[in-house]
Design a protein. Structure first.
Length: 383
């Protein structure tokens, strides 16, 4: 639901009830991941998507019907259909969508969570998507990086267990399913939760204030990163040269990296290809728990750099984490093409993709993690 946080927040401030349709499970080649949502208010306004267009009409009808009759949440399944006039996914996958009515006046914690996300502060909204029917659709929100929570799923013990699960996903900035309960040590009811996380933007740290950095900062900003360009040379590290960067820092790269905040989503891109900058910077970067470390340079530069890093005491395991020369082989020449090459490699690495043309592969296009789930009574559509 956080993909439409801005609009939902506005509706909440206006105390406008709405129907929320959330993707809670996908299998096969489904277009959008769990947590993606569509919402419809009482005036018929719609925001968001659950399928990229394939089944939006049917989901819209479910939403308007639920708003009209005020019924209990309903879970609908949409699968493949080769009938051009049937409701279904043309991509061959399957999605489960939970549709529920939301009255903002009764969920102040949800309003707070939406505001936190809009302001770029960490928050998570936990939604019960499977379990006893009386708790389906209930929500709880976690704030401040997981230090506080509000809302209830039925009891204080359950709430504490659920908040702990949400904190774990919030720490890594990942929306996903979690199973809790079913035993005396946690809570008696077994629940399947969808934890919607709104973490601050991941960071892209670009070292080297060069033309390639300007293009990469534009690409990184487009992909949703908070982009920093850092260079020790003030004549080159000018904010006007990097208008798409969130900040431009004049400092020795390794000193900046030592003092700045990183996490497992951070991408470190070293474009200086100068050993006096590269070696101390990469020695530190390869020891951090960051998502990606890449360094620009020719094959010859790469070999020189690897030798210098070995001499500096960097272990073979850490060197194996280095993407060098940086980027995928796209035949890139210009700074803009090179930026696409680099960001393509970051995306492939982050999502465990092969980097191969889809036309040369087999199997589902979209990689999904499988999660066990119990089944609710469902509305079945052609598949």
């Amino acid at each position: 639901m956080l993909n439409i946080a801005d609009t939902l927040y506005d509706w909440c401030l206006e105390a406008r009830p709405f129907a929320l349709a959330t993707v809670v499970h996908v299998s096969g080649s489904a277009p959008l991941p769990p947590g993606t949502a569509l919402a419809v208010n009482a005036g018929g306004d719609v925001v968001g998507s659950v399928s990229g267009g394939c089944v939006e009409g049917a989901v819209y009808e479910l939403c308007t019907q639920l708003l009209a009759d005020g019924g209990a949440p309903v879970r609908a399944r949409f699968g493949y259909s080769d009938d051009a006039f049937a409701v279904g996914l043309t991509c061959g996958g399957e999605i489960d969508v939970l549709v529920q009515r939301v009255d903002p006046s009764g969920l102040p914690h949800l309003v707070t969570a939406l505001e936190e996300v809009r302001q770029g502060r960490p928050a998570a909204v936990v939604q019960v998507v499977d379990g006893p029917k009386e708790v389906i659709g209930r929500t709880l929100s976690v704030f401040g990086g997981g230090s506080a929570y509000d809302g209830t799923l039925g009891g204080s013990r359950e709430d504490r267990v659920v908040a702990a699960q949400a904190r774990a996903l919030l720490r890594v900035g990942r929306t996903g399913l979690a199973e809790v309960g079913g035993d005396a040590d946690t809570c008696p009811q077994r629940l399947t939760l969808l934890v919607h996380t709104g973490a601050p933007r991941p960071r892209m740290l670009i070292f080297g204030a060069v033309d390639f950095a300007a293009a990469l900062s534009r690409a990184g900003r487009f992909l949703g990163y908070r982009v920093t360009v850092c260079d020790a040379r003030p004549v080159f590290a000018q904010p006007g040269r990097f208008p798409e960067a969130d900040e431009v820092v004049v400092e020795w790269p390794h000193h900046y990296l030592e003092r700045t905040e990183t996490d497992r989503r951070t991408a470190v891109c070293v474009l200086t290809h100068d050993l006096k900058f590269d070696v101390p910077l990469l020695r530190h970067a390869l020891g951090l728990r960051v998502g990606y470390v890449g360094a620009m340079g020719s094959r010859r530069t790469h070999e020189q750099r690897m030798g210098a890093l070995r001499e500096a005491g960097v272990s073979a395991d850490r060197l194996a984490r280095l993407h060098s020369p940086i980027g995928l082989d796209l035949g890139a020449r210009t700074p803009e093409e090179t930026a696409v090459s680099i960001t393509a490699e970051i995306i492939a690495h982050t999502n465990a993709g092969t980097g191969l043309p889809l036309s040369q592969g087999t199997g589902p296009i979209h990689h999904r993690a499988r999660s066990p789930r119990r089944r609710l009574p469902q509305t079945t559509h052609p598949s």
